[in-house]
Design a binder for this molecule. Structure first.
Ligand code: F6P
Length: 514
């Protein structure tokens, strides 16, 4: 269906703003219940939403640092169903039933988690290899060269087939399967070949590069064919959809309908749509007790010497796409350009180590450590460290406390599908102050023109925007934050899921169509 944008007639009275159309957990639950009837939703991803670990002989659980989990877990808690994912925790096998299922969240069960087991070799080839050394650098244009190893590709195919078997065991007739991310590009094709009755939707959480970049992949044809088995394929932004349409037009005999943003290949049509992902904005911090957050804010300030006039924060997985060295270089440049800020600003770089078996990740980590040491030696003093590095898994309470003490959050990704840290920060600033320095190469930048937008490759420019964010008079800063907050409260995670699921669940029965 097309939206009609009609110009207002000249001299028309100003239109009354339409009432804000709010999407809530209940609204998504009702949508799914209405359309799926008794059927239930099956979500599939590599990363599992809850990980069980053995620690000091006891079993504990945690929620991994993952944008995908942040986004999809609230949806599954609202609608129920089954989430199929790789069981990666050291105690994962200990808590499941004989079919590999456990109810989650562990403290308030709402849906079933069905775990898929992988061997060490499979994990190395499929996850570390093909997903994260081939597709990840291929899709993020950050000048880290993708590797193409046939063995990884073989294991990627084998693991997609494992996931397919698990879905087929779980899926009742005419089920709707919602696949997530680049680890499972072949799964839609396998599913449709085995069970044409399934409706399959897929959300790709990372950018899709230009066809010039994508076509170097020796297995591009199989990947594109796998994705064209989907009924609906979602990206964060229209630009990624267009790149995908270009890639399929170049490589395959397809019919692309740009008006409908639909591709027909071998008689099957895939709708390719932008669905900008978001966060459960109203609930950010709601799972933390206010007194715990307040205590944590005091602890962070005292323990890390953060009692400064201003605090700027970076919070990321330690990934080379996040532009952390560039951010640190910009902070260093900031102290050179604005020496009056020495001793007055503390910059906290927090986050979790990630994919550290991959050489490019280890090398970015070494560079981060080196830069932090260098900046602190060059600019610090006896009682002031300009940069504080917190490389640890932070609790929800600690993350919320960091958002609350951050006068400014810096997101300097070199390329990023969306960036949910930016959205979480805005959602957490309930008292209405704060500033967001945001890379123009994130999906979030399209929705947040009121952020202090930067090009992370331009160090002087980033330093200047950081200075502007820190010195802008409070009324203007609050006005900008108010706009950002409006956006994130309206375009929340339920709107994202509602749009994607509504598109998938409205489709005619696949068997009747084919
Ligand atoms: O950003 C892409 C993505 O796969 C997210 O969807 C996910 O949250 C993040 O990377 C973390 O990756 P991993 O599951 O490898 O830790």
């Amino acid at each position: 269906m097309h939206e009609l944008h009609m110009a207002a007639p000249p001299h028309a009275p100003p239109a009354t703003p339409p009432p804000v159309d709010v999407w809530t957990a209940n609204r998504v639950r009702d949508l799914v219940a209405r359309r799926l009837g008794n059927g239930h939703l099956i979500v599939v991803s590599n990363r599992e939403p809850y990980v069980h670990e053995v620690k000091n002989g006891d079993i504990s659980w945690n929620r991994p640092a993952s944008g995908l989990v942040t986004a999809v877990d609230p949806i599954m808690r609202a609608v129920g169903g089954t989430w199929i994912a790789h069981g990666s925790g050291s105690a994962d096998r200990k808590v499941v039933d004989p079919d590999g299922r456990v109810m989650v969240p562990p403290d308030r069960p709402r849906y079933a988690l069905r775990r898929v087991w992988l061997t060490e070799e499979e994990e190395r080839g499929y996850y570390y290899g093909f997903a994260n050394e081939t597709l990840w650098p291929l899709c993020h244009v950050v000048y880290v060269r993708p590797t193409f190893r046939s063995r990884d590709w073989e294991l990627y195919k084998a693991v997609n087939a494992h996931f397919c078997r698990a879905v087929l065991e779980e899926a009742p007739p005419k089920a709707t399967v919602w696949v997530h991310d680049y680890h499972l590009a072949l799964l839609p094709g396998l599913l449709k070949a085995a069970r044409p009755d399934l409706t399959v939707a897929h959300f790709w959480h990372i950018p899709w590069p230009s066809s010039e970049v994508f076509r170097i992949c020796p297995w591009q044809r199989e990947i594109l064919e796998g994705l064209l088995a989907n009924d609906v394929l979602g990206f964060h932004i229209r630009y990624h959809c267009d790149n995908f349409l270009d890639a399929v037009s170049r490589e395959l005999e397809v019919n692309v309908d740009r008006e409908r943003s639909a591709v027909t290949y071998r008689g099957h049509t895939t709708l390719v749509r932008p669905f900008p992902i978001s966060v459960d904005a109203e609930q950010i911090g709601a799972d933390c007790r206010e007194e715990d957050v307040a205590r944590e804010m005091v602890r962070l300030r005292e323990e890390y010497g953060l009692a400064r006039e201003k605090i700027a924060v970076g919070l990321d997985r330690f990934d080379y796409t996040k532009g952390i060295p560039e951010r640190l270089l910009a902070v260093e440049r900031f102290f050179e350009l604005y020496p009056e800020w020495r001793g007055r600003l503390a910059f906290v770089q927090a986050g979790v180590p990630s994919r550290s078996r991959i050489p490019a990740y280890r090398s970015v980590w070494r560079r981060i450590e080196h830069l932090v040491r260098r900046i602190n030696q060059r600019h610090g003093s006896q009682d002031w460290a300009p940069v504080v590095l917190l490389p640890e898994h932070l609790s929800r309470t600690a993350i919320h406390a960091l958002y609350r003490i951050a006068d400014c959050l810096t997101v300097t990704s070199l390329h990023d599908g969306m960036n949910l840290v930016a959205k979480e920060y805005v959602a957490a600033r309930t008292e209405g102050d704060g500033a967001l320095v945001l890379s123009q190469f994130t999906g979030a930048a399209r929705e947040f023109p009121e952020a202090f937008l930067i090009n992370p490759y331009n160090l002087d420019g980033t330093a200047e925007r950081l200075a502007a964010a820190l010195t802008m008079p409070e009324p203007q800063r609050r006005q900008r934050m108010a706009r950002l907050r409006e956006r994130v409260l309206e375009w929340n995670i339920y709107r994202w899921a509602g749009a994607a699921l509504d598109t998938a669940l409205r489709l005619p029965d696949p068997e009747v169509v084919s």
